[in-house]
Design a protein around this ligand. Sequence first.
Ligand code: PHE
Length: 351
Amino acid sequence: MQSKISQYTSEIEAFEPKTAEELEAFRIKFLGTKGIIKDLFDEFKAVSPEEKRVLGKVLNQFKQLAEAKFNDFKDSFSGESQNKADGEDLTLPGEGFELGGRHPLSLVRKEIVEIFKRLGFVVAEGPEIEDDWHNFSALNFPEEHPARDMQDTFFVAPIPGENVDQEKKGEYALRTHTSSVQVRLMEAGKPPFRALMPGRVYRNEAISARAHCFFHQVEGLYVDENVSFADLKQTLYYFVQELYGEGTKVRFRPSYFPFTEPSAEMDISCTICKGAGCQMCKYTGWVEILGCGMIDPNVLENVGIDSKKYTGFAFGMGIERITNLKYQIKDLRLFSENDIRFLKQFQTEII
Ligand code: PHE
């Protein structure tokens, strides 16, 4: 046995594999389950106890030598042998799966929705192609009323062959505000209503840094018994504190919308200069963020709600404006140009 071991030892010492196959043959010959080392250990069982003492050590050293030799070369062929499947190199890095980020307008919309959800508002949506009734008439815009000019409307022809209401033919438009969704919601159900309606709206304006032919609004609606202007103020005050931080001031200025009476516009203290005066607030310390008011009883009656029993408030804000104040974006066009350098700056949250 001793002589066999020393013969194999020199064989192992001299062994220098050139290929993975040679190394594998070596492994099978010496270290395999039917290999030489296994045989030697079997033989070892039969020797006398005195011999065992000497041989045990020799045998163990021999085994370690064979293993060390195998390990020395194992890695040099690994890429070539074990990882090759059908000509593919499995050690190459995989193709990356890049996660995108959220658009800044989506981030802000989500934030707005979450704040109002905490007050029990649910989200509702409506179509972007709207008829005259939902966009104007039901909202107390009388025909030929100059208030219709407040919002430069894109009128659209019905798609030929499309199943349109014949009476309303020629009255379709891209919605100019999300107030149309209020009407749909109230027509479809019974009070109380507490809903938030985000969506895209369209106006026929020349595209510039400050205006675009489409933008996004979030409409809010609350109708129940005994809803008052104080509820409206408190709701919006809570919203502003949550969105822009405690201490942000609000002020209401009287305004006009056909569908609310009384109507107001709400300003907040400039989030950028904190009221000291800057370009964003045109050195006034205040920026307007939304229109609001108590729903005009005519609107409630138009959608079949008893205006003697129920009152309500509504508000509408532009998501772009809210986002600009948050991130100081000075050009509205950036939102729709899909410039990756712009969008990458908002990859803060991935869901
Ligand atoms: N719809 C109005 C606009 O687009 C905003 C608004 C909504 C005002 C609800 C009052 C109440 O300007």
